[in-house]
Design a binder for this molecule. Structure first.
Ligand SMILES: *Cc1c(COP(=O)(O)O)cnc(C)c1O
Length: 422
């Protein structure tokens, strides 16, 4: 840092550089809300811009081929992010790197590596371990349907042992490369004690899929997880318009992930990197607001005679799942304000039937034994007013066959709610 660096004046540059030098502190250097809007953007004022620049280059010119060869050798040997321009866009991207820096900071991790989707991120983790001859995975159900499928079908040459948290230590073998849990889990919102599981794992890396909780509600690294996975498509993006995945971890594992990403090509597009960085800035506000509404809806559902069972995590969150006595397909057909769609974590509310959609790929018996009932509905609560959501939900729960066929004119139009002054 030169004397002319304006960031030196208030010591900000020091604070920014510190986490990446020597041992990494497991506590956040600044409050989460502050990191959410500043991490990955510390150099912007110095660059003379306010929004992060989007670098769409696929290649990076250089007249010095010897230097480029040395940089390529360095990446092949270490997997460290190259100093200076990335040679080629499959290797690294400055815009995406901002998102990676910011997400790592929010998760209290040393590094993060972004991918084209959550599934591409999980694939890279599995490949890093199987390239070391560690092809066995221990996993706890339920998991997101496609994660379950990827492991169960052994598509990447891995072999899975399914167990409950108490059985993890016994399921570990000499060739176990990874232990995988999701908490709260998709779609039952079942929770796992991360610290207890991390203890059972011993030296085997524990991957926690933190998609549902987000770092706002839970930072698995603080409880001993080595890897934190996100489908960034969900809360991190937050607006239902960007597909992405990311793994937060120590720099040593991150280097292996970057090498696999370079070799297999599951890179995040820089435009997606930009949108995810922007999404992070409102993440704490969005997650807290939607969680308050979800908790309220969970309380109302719990006393509703049409509902057999409500699933809502002890740590909170913006997802609510519930089992209905009636026909779940009629509830989906009956919503008007809530969107009947798979996915989650958007500003607007979504509802879906896991047995038909998100967990269709999981065999019926496996689905049932993981607690995914055919009567279960999964709702992702957005930022709408709670009274409007409740009215839509309660009308859909009373829906009789045929509501879906009504003409658009006769559809329920939500009235403005007095509490929001709309
Ligand atoms: C959606 C999801 C994934 C997969 O992420 P994509 O971005 O859709 O590839 C993984 N885990 C969980 C918990 C998810 O909800």
């Amino acid at each position: 840092m030169g004397a002319m660096n304006p960031m030196d004046a208030d010591g900000t540059a020091e604070a920014v550089a510190a986490p990446f030098a020597g041992t990494f502190p497991r506590t956040l250097p600044r409050a989460l809300a502050t990191e959410a809007v500043h991490a990955g953007r510390e150099d912007l004022a110095r660059l003379g811009v306010h929004a992060a620049p989007i670098d769409l280059s696929t290649t990076y010119p250089s007249y010095d081929t010897r230097a480029e060869a040395a940089r390529i050798d360095e990446f092949a040997a270490t997997g460290a992010r190259p100093e200076g321009p990335p040679v080629y866009a499959r290797l690294d991207n400055p815009t995406t790197a901002r998102f990676e820096t910011a997400l790592a900071r929010l998760e209290g991790a040393e590094s993060a590596v972004a991918f084209a989707s959550g599934m591409a991120a999980l694939t890279a983790v599995l490949l890093v371990r199987s390239a070391m001859g560690l092809r066995h995975v221990v996993a706890v159900r339920p998991l997101y349907g496609c994660s379950d499928h990827l492991l169960n079908a052994g598509l990447l040459g891995t072999e899975v042992t399914w167990t409950d948290p108490a059985g993890i230590a016994d399921a570990i073998r000499p060739d176990t490369g990874l232990v995988l849990v999701e908490t709260p889990a998709n779609p039952t919102l079942a929770e796992v004690d991360i610290a207890a599981v991390a203890h059972s794992c011993g030296s085997i890396p524990l991957l926690v899929d933190n998609t549902f909780a987000t770092p706002v509600l839970q930072r698995p690294v603080e409880h001993g997880a080595r890897l934190v996975l996100h489908s960034a498509t969900k809360y991190l993006g937050g607006h239902g318009d960007v597909l992405g995945g990311v793994v937060a971890c120590d720099e040593e594992f991150a280097r292996g992930l970057r090498q696999v990403r370079f070799a297999t090509g599951g890179v995040l597009h820089p435009m997606a990197g930009y949108l995810l960085l922007r999404g992070l800035s409102t993440l704490p506000v969005r997650v807290r607001a939607a969680s308050a509404t979800a908790a309220d809806l969970a309380r109302r559902l719990a006393t509703d005679p049409r509902i057999a069972r409500v699933h809502y995590p002890a740590i909170g969150g913006a997802m609510v799942s519930f089992e209905v006595y009636g026909d779940p397909h009629e509830v989906i057909a009956g919503v008007r304000l809530i969107t009947p769609a798979v996915s989650l974590g958007s500003v607007d509310s979504l509802i879906q039937h896991p047995a038909s959609i998100s967990h269709r790929v999981v065999a019926e018996g496996d689905r049932r034994s993981a607690g995914v009932s055919d009567r279960l509905l999964r709702m992702s609560v957005g930022l709408e007013d709670v009274e409007d959501l409740w009215r839509d939900l309660t009308e859909a729960l009373s829906a009789r066959p045929g509501r879906a066929e009504r003409s658009p004119e006769s559809r329920t139009v939500p009235r403005p709610s007095p509490s929001t002054g709309r």
